[in-house]
Every structure is written in C-alpha cells, then in structure tokens.
Design a protein around this ligand. Structure first.
Ligand code: GLC
Length: 476
C-alpha cells in the first residue's frame, strides 16, 4: 500500500480561500479509494479551531527551532473515511483571522514545514511520497534532502510538488534561509532557492522535487514561456522532463441529483424543466425580475485580475443592453467590489451581486444559470467550469490553461461541444463569443439542449486524475 503524505495550507471541509482547498478536500479520498494510505497536514487556523476543535484528538507535542527560538508544536488529528488529517497548532502563528497576507508569512510557513518534518519522526510515519502543494509547502523537498538526508528514513522519501498557481511564490529575504529554515548558504549560492536577492519557496519546490506537476497539461506548457512563467520559466524549462499536467476533478458534493442547497434536483432528462424552477427561486432570492426564459448568466469567482473580471466589467454596460440577467458571487479586490456594487444599483432587477462567499448560494447559482462566465487571464485548472458542466450550465471561457483542456467549444456544424470559448484576452473577443452563445440560447434551442447534455455527460470526476497521480507516484 503506497503511503502518501499531502501537505498544504488549506483544504475542505476545514478551510478554503481558493481552488487548492477543493483539491485537498477531494484528491486524498480519491487516492484512498485506489488503495493508498493517505494522510494530510494542514495548519490549525483559528477558523478551523472554532468549528472543528472538539472533534480532534491529541497526537503529539514537541519543539522546533525557528527565528532563534525554540517553539512548541502541538499536533491534533481526525480520521474521516480512512484519510487522516493532522493539524499543526500554534497560537502565535495560526490563531489569526485570515490565512495569509501577514508580514511574517515566511516565518509562519517555515515553522509549518519544520513542524511537518519532525512530525514524521514523532508519529513514525515515513511516506513513500511526500506531496506538497504551492509555495506554502514548497520548501519541504529541500528540507528533507538538505537537512535530513543523513537519516535514511527521510532520504528514502520521494517528492511530488504541485503548482496550483505560479503567481504566488513565497519570496522572502535571504536572511530567512538560515534563521528560519536552517538551510545552508550554498543553497542560495548555487541558485537552488535563490530568487534575485532573496529566496523563493516556489522555486525550491520546483528545483528539489522529484516530480513537478501542475493542474492541467496546457498550463504545464504555458508556464514554460515568459508570458505565463512568472520569472520561473527558465527553471521550469530545466525541469521540463519531470513536469506533468494533471487535470483536477470535482467530488460528489457537486451532484445535481442530491444537492440539498437547491430547490429542484435534476438529471440529464429533466434538466430543462427543473433548471427553470431553480432559476425562478434564485431570481426571487437575489432580487432579480422573475422570468424563467431569460438568459441567466452566472459567475462565482474570486474578484481578482486573474479571473478576467476586468473583461466582464468592460463589457457589462453593453451586455446589460441585451435580454439577459447577471448574477455574480464573490469578493476580492476592493475596487472591483465597488464597481460591481454600482452596477447592481444602476441595474436593479437585472444584475445581482453578492459580495462574499456563500457555499449554498454558489450551488444555487450553478444550478439556476444557463451560462457561466469564466474569461480568465490565466487559469492553471479552474474548478468552476467543471462544476458548471456537471450542472448543465454552459461555460463561456477563454482558451487558457485548464479551461482550454476541459471545455470543448461549440461547433455549429456538428453540434459538438460543452461550452463556448475565445482565444485572445480582449473585450471584443469576449463579446463576439457571447453573441454566439446568446443567439444559440434564443434561436437555436435544440443546439443549446444538445450542448447542455454533452456538458452533463462529460466525466469531470477525480477517477481518471487520481489514477494519473498514482501512476506518477509509482514511476518515481
Ligand atoms: C488555483 C488555480 C485554479 C486551480 C486551483 C486548484 O486556485 O488558480 O486554476 O483550479 O488552484 O488546483
């Protein structure tokens, strides 16, 4: 039985700020079903403690050295459906309102990773594969290979490092190398962890892992170029033979037949009738005019430049001249929130904006909408378009990263496709493909229905992807 330890900074159902949490909340179970012994380590944030602490059991208590001090580590755990989750507790570092964005983030996640290294010894669990994700755990392969390699139990571990988003790299001052991580100067001098004058957790992950993965084949190619490479394209080029793209899946919590957040469950046969009921209910909930036939356009997104929200805002006045309604759920950059609030005020009954994240509402938006907008500037994988397809809501996406790999564009001649797509990041290209979608919805009903059925038939589960991870693990 393959022993896997997944290390990450967030994971559902405990805590989520982005798509990484969806992956950490579902991939371990998919691997466990394939016969792996999977364990996961997360920081015990305040929000996790408030909600789940009573369920956890004590595992261990020990010390690690960090920033010239010896700091205590307490570890708690719970087992759910044969996956064990460990939580690293430290009041000073993790009992805060937010997850990231603090001046001492480098020290916090250096602590987290050092605590993980010692945890293996404490619980005597030495995995075959240590699978780390994004910059917060990018130093683990380096710590293992540079600091612990004299110990055979550590030396035998193989490392997989997954990049969910290259834009966030965990770049810190050189001084941290020794003070927080205990790594030798040579790792800076030889460039292994160096990023300009400082150090980069992301780069370290790319350099030291045995295999580097990212979350779609297209993004794996894109990040080799200066346009998408975020200044790491050259080091990624060096590792290109060990770099693979594996698409994410979604789990069974997204199931139109059982979803308890929506008023009318549905499947491929009654989708058209029942979606209308969901539409009317959502219109009522969100203060939109009640009209079961209007084209309802949904977005559930973080409001950041990555997601192409600027393209949408640039086009919004134009779009709202058409016979459509728009519902947007999300939060993020303050100026974008502000702009959307203004649109909502000017287009009452036609545009609704929920500023924040609300899981139940997100489900209702997926179930009620006809079209889902996701015109990302870049998108390592994207999860919303997968959910949309499963919910019979046609995604309109830009052809980048995982969006390109998962959404098949409508072919007007063959009626093939699971959504709509455009290539260049431009407001006018978005508009042209929107017009095709609009026309198809109102004038080509049978094509629209075919696309919806195609989308719902598409396998977006974890089955294939988990198998690909397992093959990767087996081949290191
Ligand atoms: C990040 C990426 C997103 C991806 C997710 C999970 O949030 O931006 O594209 O789906 O990670 O891998």
């Amino acid at each position: 039985m393959k022993k896997i330890l997944m290390c990450a900074s967030e994971g559902l159902p405990y805590i989520k700020s982005g798509g990484l949490a969806d992956v950490i909340g579902s991939l371990p179970y998919a691997l466990s079903k394939l016969g792996c012994d999977v364990r996961v380590v997360l920081p015990l944030y305040k929000k996790i403690a408030e909600k789940f602490h009573h369920r956890f059991e004590f595992v261990a208590e020990y010390n690690v050295d960090i920033a010239y001090q010896s700091r205590v580590v307490r570890v708690l755990k719970e087992e759910v459906d044969s996956v064990v989750f460990y939580f690293i507790e430290h009041q000073g570092y993790f009992e805060r309102e937010g997850l990231y964005g603090y001046a001492d983030d480098g020290e916090r996640f250096a602590y987290f990773q050092k605590a993980i290294m010692e945890l293996l010894n404490q619980i005597d669990f030495f995995p075959d594969i240590l699978h780390s994700h994004d910059w917060h755990t990018g130093m683990l392969p380096a710590l293992c290979k540079e600091v612990h390699s004299y110990d055979e139990r550590y030396a035998k571990i193989k490392h997989v490092y997954t990049i969910h988003n290259l834009a966030y790299q965990g770049n810190f001052s050189r001084e941290m190398l020794w003070s927080c991580l205990g790594l030798g100067e040579h790792t800076f001098e030889n460039g292994n962890v160096r990023m300009y004058d400082g150090i980069s957790f992301m780069k370290a992950g790319i350099v030291y892992a045995d295999k580097v993965t990212t979350v779609s084949p297209t993004y794996a190619n894109e990040i080799l170029t200066p346009q998408y490479g975020e200044h790491l394209n050259e080091v990624l080029q060096v590792r290109r033979n060990d770099l693979v793209g594996i698409i994410n899946g979604i789990d069974e919590s997204w199931d139109t037949k059982k979803d308890s957040n929506i008023v009318e469950n549905y499947h491929k046969v009654n989708v058209f009738k029942n979606k209308k009921v969901n539409k009317l209910t959502l219109q009522e909930e969100m203060g939109l005019e009640k009209d079961e036939n209007v084209l309802l356009v949904g977005m559930v997104t973080r409001l950041t430049w990555q997601k192409g929200i600027h393209l949408v805002i640039d086009n919004l006045t134009h779009l709202l001249n058409k016979k459509i309604q728009v519902v947007i759920v999300g939060n993020g950059e303050i100026t974008l929130e502000h702009q959307l609030k203004q649109f909502e005020a000017s287009y009452k009954g036609q545009l609704a904006f929920y500023c924040g994240y609300n899981e139940g509402l997100a489900h209702r938006v997926y179930a009620a909408s006809d079209l889902f907008l996701m015109p990302s500037l870049f998108e390592p994988c994207g999860i919303s378009q997968l959910i949309s397809m499963r919910y019979g809501t046609l995604p309109l996406v830009r052809e980048t990263g995982g969006l390109k790999d998962t959404v098949q564009a409508y072919n007007q001649i063959t009626q093939e496709g699971t959504g709509f797509s455009f290539k260049h990041y431009s407001a006018s290209d978005l508009l042209s493909v929107f017009d095709i979608a609009y026309y198809t919805y109102y004038e080509r009903e049978s094509d629209w229905k075919t696309l919806v059925r195609n989308a719902m038939r598409k396998d977006v589960s974890w089955d294939v992807s988990a198998q690909q991870y397992l093959e990767l693990y087996n081949n290191i």
